[in-house]
Ligand binder design. Structure first.
Ligand SMILES: Cc1cc2nc3c(=O)[nH]c(=O)nc-3n(C[C@H](O)[C@H](O)[C@H](O)COP(=O)(O)O)c2cc1C
Length: 257
């Protein structure tokens, strides 16, 4: 048996499922009849039952059958990766710093997510954007629950994803800030009651929130895309915490029909 959560996690799982227990010797003791019940649809299959009995007979002959009767199983705690750290008794996870470093190798674009709250435009820089579905057209954005913009999106239920072009890194930095009127002197268009659309964006998608889900420190907004347009140009790329331009060769190839 292999156990990712340490023997403590295994003991809890066995107790919860009624499958058995972890003994003082560190072995798991699995109730034979409880294991047989797991067969589900095979309960009425004499061939399967005969095979199961043969396996139990083999365990008895090998001295691996204890009182109950229960099967004695050897347990191993798995250490998957040098970057895997222990966190809490029964869980393993990577540290936030390691996660940030590793996930930073996933190159993305940069966007400004904008909305309107109480009649005022508001927005912030967001890289956690992904296409979700083609029919209907849907995307997801992941936003920190502390973000003022996230709270405004939650209230307004509409937002725009402004995909930034390579000459808009100053815009990305500006909208990554906190407080003040981030839209002062920033040219934008859009319907008076809709989210602001930043001039010069590579593309914009106007969205309507259909669901929001909490995930750790963030809220995931699932949204239908109601309007979309391309402005043209090259994207502002984001890789390992740095903004920059994509290789010309890739941009040229992608621009060809
Ligand atoms: C390149 C870049 C990408 C970012 N991506 C995200 C993101 O995906 N989700 C998020 O919640 N914040 C992201 N941020 C951080 C927010 O922009 C930042 O916390 C901002 O201050 C929030 O502003 P607000 O409280 O006015 O909404 C990113 C920042 C930068 C510079």
């Amino acid at each position: 048996m292999s156990d990712d959560g340490g023997n403590e996690g295994l003991a809890q799982a066995l107790a919860l499922t009624g499958l058995g227990k972890v003994g003082a010797d560190g072995h798991a003791y699995l109730e034979v009849e409880a294991l047989r019940q797991l067969s589900g649809e095979h309960a009425a299959d004499p061939e399967w039952q005969a095979g199961f009995d043969a396996m139990i007979g083999y365990a008895r002959a090998g001295g691996w059958l204890a009182a109950g009767p229960s099967l004695r199983a050897h347990c191993e705690t798995r250490q998957d990766d040098a970057m895997t750290r222990s966190s809490g008794a029964a869980r393993q996870t990577v540290s936030p710093d390691d996660f940030r470093y590793v996930i930073g190798h996933f190159a993305s674009g940069i966007t400004v997510v904008s909305t309107r709250h109480g009649g005022r435009p508001c927005g912030t820089t967001v890289s956690a954007v992904s296409s979700l579905s083609l029919a209907p057209p849907m995307l997801v954005i992941c936003m920190n629950q502390q973000s003022v913009t996230a709270q405004a999106v939650s209230a307004s239920r509409t937002f725009a994803v402004n995909i930034l072009s390579e000459d808009q890194s100053a815009m990305a930095e500006r909208f990554a800030g906190k407080g003040g009127d981030k839209f002062a002197d920033v040219p934008f268009s859009g319907r008076p009651d809709g989210p602001p659309l930043l001039d010069g964006s590579l593309a914009t998608l106007e969205c309507r929130v259909v669901q929001q889900v909490s995930g750790g420190s963030h809220t995931v907004f699932l949204a239908e895309v109601v309007r979309a347009r391309v402005g043209g140009g090259s994207p502002l790329a984001y890789f390992r915490g740095r903004m920059g331009r994509l290789d010309d060769e890739l941009v040229d190839r992608a621009s060809r029909p």
